[in-house]
Design a protein around this ligand. Structure first.
Ligand code: ITT
Ligand code: NA
Length: 211
């Protein structure tokens, strides 16, 4: 059993492998194919961009394709970077560039005054949420299945942890006393927006055979 995911993000691939592996699925990503059509993420919502990615790749490969569009919405920044999370600091921005840009944006609005630092926690700069929209398109049956969920946390001023990807070193979860980057992939998959969206998604799949 193979699940094709329309992503070039290795961090996402690693998490999906950990989620799908125990179910007996092998994950393929865009890195496993050549001469793919160009994807332009022109949507204004996560759901729209997930559909665009699944549509372009499934139409090309003629097999069902799952896509993930996700991002970070920061309350003090009115929801930015949102759907622009991957390219917040520019088209070819690295995760480090994007994290620096996020801390710069929060320091410019002086948000560090906003939230009281609690004993035992780092200084919290803003409430935030990760959002993940999933779309599976079956180009032969002409069917689509979608799901979306989120995960709440806070942005902190210092980088903590080496795991995960993207904004994880700055995304702090008070209940755990750790950032997302201080969790193993298994721990992240217990709470993340991606894992929660995937659970909703799997509940919506028809013909689910209970094992
Ligand atoms: P694909 O489109 O090829 O899947 P991408 O990285 O461009 O890769 P998105 O357009 O969905 O994917 O942007 C997602 C960005 O949001 C990602 O690059 C991170 O900056 C951020 N992000 C999403 N999920 C995250 C997570 O679990 N941990 C940290 N950052 C995350
Ligand atoms: Na996107």
């Amino acid at each position: 059993n193979i699940v094709v995911i329309a992503t070039r993000n290795e961090g996402k691939v690693k998490e999906f492998e950990s989620l799908f592996g125990p179910k007996g699925y092998k994950v393929r990503s865009l890195a496993d194919y050549t001469e793919l059509p160009e994807i332009v993420e022109s949507g204004t919502t996560f759901a729209e961009n997930a559909r665009i990615k699944a549509q372009i790749i499934s139409a090309h490969l003629h097999v069902p394709v799952l896509a993930d569009d996700s991002g970070l919405c920061v309350k003090e920044l009115d929801g930015a970077p949102g759907v622009y999370s991957a390219r917040y600091a520019g088209e070819s921005a690295t995760d480090a560039d994007n994290n620096a840009k996020l801390l710069q944006a929060l320091s410019e609005i002086g948000s560090s005054e906003g939230l009281p630092a609690e004993v035992g926690h780092p200084k919290l700069l803003s409430e935030a949420a990760y959002v993940c929209a999933l779309a599976l398109i079956d180009p032969v049956a002409n069917e689509i299945i979608e799901a979306e969920d989120s995960c709440k946390g806070y942005i902190i001023a210092e980088h903590r942890g080496e795991s995960g990807f993207g904004y994880d070193p700055l995304f702090y979860i008070p209940a755990l006393g750790r950032t997302m980057a201080e969790l193993t992939v298994e721990e992240k998959n217990e709470i993340s927006h991606r894992a929660k969206a995937l659970r909703l998604f799997l509940d919506r799949l028809p013909d689910q055979n209970e094992s």
